[in-house]
Design a protein around this ligand. Sequence first.
Ligand code: SF4
Ligand code: SF4
Length: 428
Amino acid sequence: MSIFNFSETSDACIKCGKCIPVCTIHQVNPDETTSPRGFIDLLGAYQQGHLPLDKEAKAIFESCFLCTNCVDVCPNSLPTDMVIEEVRADLAEKYGIAWFKRIAFWLLEHRAVMDLVMKFGFMFKTCALKEDPKGRGLIARFRMPLVKKGRLLPSMAKKSFLNSYPERIESTQKKQKVAIFIGCLANYNYTSIGDALVKILRYLDIEAVIPKTQQCCGAPAYFTGAQASVERMTKKNIVLFEALIEKEQVDAILIPEATCSAMVVHDWAIFFKNRKQPEWEARAKAVAQKVYMATEWLYSATDLHDRLAKEGKKIEATVTYHDPCHARKVQGIWQEPRKLLQENYHLTEMSDPNRCCGFGGVTMQTEKFHLAEAAGKPKAAMIRDTGATYVSAECSACRVQLSETMHSAGVETIFKNPLELIAEAIPE
Ligand code: SF4
Ligand code: SF4
């Protein structure tokens, strides 16, 4: 079966319905058309020429959160998320990409201009936004295009992570060497994540390369169907990663973000396979061998865990860990951050840490924000029920969504990336 042949995927669906109770969009819009089984059925009809790709079909295919819950439980492992990503490319070709997304993707490809835009944004942010008193982000003072009044948005850094550090951070013993691929939200909005990673690497005496020419991983464009942007950014990153592996001889390329890491490790090769570019598919697969989520590598390839247990500060705070879809379901990473955190914090589990936070991508956070809001409410409630001081996840997309959803629901818990919490536990 070819996963990108919608008819074959549709024929392989045995209509068992196991995917329906776990589907994020079906939970907030309980209709067969917005369920994994319904999406697959409609895609088969589209390929056979029985369903036009009209505005209604567009709205349906844009309502999937790409959370992969359905793939996890499907007896045939049908990749609903991937076929949805593919049909979104057809939608983008037919309807074009909305103006604000085109601007955003262009800026992500042109980092020097993006740096300037973010600098201006930082200088003038108080005109439209005010600081959240708890430091969780910025609150919209009034209604703006695609943003309602009172919504919590990500904070903005005065200086990006990539502009704050030299290209190389030396070690004394030169035993291990890594490169940092930071991700756009951690570069511009949540720069404390990169600060924390650098602090941890210095503590472990690991040499770090911070390449300034790194581009966006391409995930926001990929989930929107903007294939040309994905191809340009991905190819530039693959060339950079090859140089890091061959010339710099890095042991690992660390990414402190689940979505970026899943894109690099999982989706780059699939993207080129589907575009019938076998040479780039092979290159994407080769570089992916050296790419790790930061906690995954720090736990398995260093003595960080033992050192935190022996000499780390014992912090009187409770942490509950949320499993990002792109970490646990796509990459099988869920134990490593917990094991690193539990040495220095009290860990408590929420009732369903694996439930999708409801971020859903650029379209869901803008044109379909009401769906993201509805999907986030149960997660905010289960975080509140733990009474935890912090909720943690190695994913800034989850941070955007969970911080806003907790802000709306009046939940006091603060979101921190596990690296930030680990860095706070390092002895002075
Ligand atoms: S990826 Fe998530 S939202 Fe989309 S169909 Fe599957 S379970 Fe539903
Ligand atoms: S779980 Fe898989 S086979 Fe069963 S209805 Fe859902 S997509 Fe089809």
